[in-house]
Design a protein. Structure first.
Length: 114
């Protein structure tokens, strides 16, 4: 890998309202053995999976994921992470359309014990 390299991933979440995340990662820098990565992703409904039986049998979701990661390249340990996700859409439940807004922010900080 070289600074500036990009790669793509796909992840499916099979929660009550299943969704698909297509992400692009880019290696920003490597300093003192720590790789800095940036990530952006598009979130959409995953119509290939069904929700909770008898409840939400369909949902239309769209959103964005943004994140930054710091990884120790020697050990592969995640030393820092911040990810923000914003999703909006509609769930179709028992003949009704229910508006949905989901926002999360996750932060992780770690240190190596020496």
């Amino acid at each position: 890998m070289h600074v500036g390299d990009r790669w793509k991933t796909e992840a499916r979440d099979s929660a009550e309202l299943p969704f698909l995340v297509k992400s692009t990662y880019q290696l920003q820098s490597i300093n003192n053995g720590i790789a800095k990565l940036e990530c952006q992703g598009d979130i959409t409904s995953d119509s290939s999976r069904s929700g909770v039986p008898g409840m939400a049998n369909a949902a239309e979701l769209k959103g964005q994921q943004r994140g930054s990661y710091s990884v120790d390249i020697k050990t592969g340990m995640l030393t820092e992470c911040k990810v923000t996700v914003d999703i909006e859409g509609t769930a179709h439940v028992m003949g009704h359309d229910i508006p949905i807004t989901i926002s999360t922010e996750v932060g992780i900080a770690g240190t190596q014990i020496k």
